[in-house]
Design a protein around this ligand. Structure first.
Ligand code: TUI
Length: 314
């Protein structure tokens, strides 16, 4: 297997990150991924500081391996969560949905490795300037909040302008995706949707079922009008949101319409009213497995694909 710089820097066995999925990625999932040799990541999402601190402490009990905290920068609790990350000295902070520049000195002083998600070259350059350890280049195939570019277009362009490791995310579910990410110059990969099916993933069983039975065109992007495009599985909520998005409804009403929908999906399993975030590769996720099985499957599949690809250089 290819030597991964970021895996070496973090002291993890495999170059595989688990995406910091809001409401989904708790201490149990993160610790299971880290124990399996990847980088597990707890998602702060919109949760308050007490919840996040408790999850970090729980993960420290469940694993002695490094794990990360994903900070969603649109969270109303972002200031206190940023402080808690520094106080608890998590090994890694990843960020999403914004520019983390103003917190980076704080985290770096605490010895934390900071790895922002960047949706474009502009934000990749800002991350490098502010001392990021690496960047996650996430394409629009991903579930959740997405940027404009695809993984195929974004990853090589980011690789070309940064001198730090690039982790590819978006549309990666198996060894073919990992090998493709390596071909684009990525040093590691981040997977979200594939971990939704993990045995250690504590989402409502209706959410898991939706992912397991999703087809290739199961997802849709809504939310562009408010500047926060979000990919989710088509259902009644997504259809209703899509219908009202371009009417004369106010921004506030539109925001209110979407509020709390992720919780309805993850906790309540409300198939009609919940927002079931998932990436375009949901159709490629077909069985429930442990995190260890997922990561080992992924790595052996990657090796097989890379070996097969050697024929192109003969
Ligand atoms: O953050 C994610 N995925 C997410 S966050 C989330 S919670 C949410 N729900 C509704 C609306 C907004 C957020 C669900 N899924 N992935 C990482 C990611 N970061 N994707 C795109 C970005 C991003 C976008 C803009 C990063 C930086 C950025 O900067 C632009 C700016 O103007 O700050």
């Amino acid at each position: 297997m290819k030597k991964s710089k970021i895996a070496e820097m973090l002291g993890i066995k495999y170059p595989v990150f688990q995406g910091g999925m809001a409401w989904v990625a708790d201490a149990e999932l993160a610790a299971a991924v880290s124990n399996a040799g990847g980088l597990g990541i707890i998602a702060a999402g919109n949760a308050d500081g007490d919840y996040v601190r408790a999850q970090i402490r729980k993960a420290k009990e469940l694993t002695d391996k490094p794990f990360g905290l994903n900070i969603m920068l649109l969270s109303p609790f972002v200031e206190e969560v940023a402080q808690i990350a520094a106080e608890e000295k998590v090994a890694v902070v990843t960020t999403g949905a914004g520019n983390p520049a103003k917190y980076m000195a704080l985290w770096k002083e605490a010895g934390i490795k900071v790895i922002p998600v960047v949706p474009s070259i502009t934000f990749a350059k800002i991350a490098v300037r502010n001392g990021a350890t690496a960047v996650i280049a996430e394409g629009g195939e991903s579930g959740g909040h997405i940027g404009e570019l695809t993984t195929m277009a974004l990853v090589p362009q980011v690789v070309d302008i940064v001198d730090i490791p690039v982790i590819a995310a978006g549309g990666i579910a198996d060894g073919r995706g990992v090998a493709a990410a390596f071909a684009l110059g990525a040093d590691a990969v981040q997977l979200g949707t594939r971990f939704l099916s993990a045995k250690e993933c504590n989402i409502h069983e209706n959410y898991k079922k939706k992912v397991l039975k999703a087809g290739d065109t199961a997802t849709v992007v809504t939310g562009r009008r408010l500047g926060h495009p979000v990919r989710s599985i088509k259902n009644q909520f997504a259809r209703e949101y899509g219908k009202i998005e371009y009417t004369d409804i106010s921004d506030q009403e539109l925001d209110d319409f979407a509020a709390g929908r992720l919780r309805m999906a993850v906790v309540d399993g409300d198939e009609k009213n919940g927002c079931f975030l998932a990436g375009q590769i949901a159709a490629m996720v077909n069985e429930e497995q442990t995190c260890k099985e997922i990561i080992e499957d992924l790595m052996s599949d990657t090796e097989r694909v890379l070996k097969e690809m050697a024929q192109y250089s003969e």
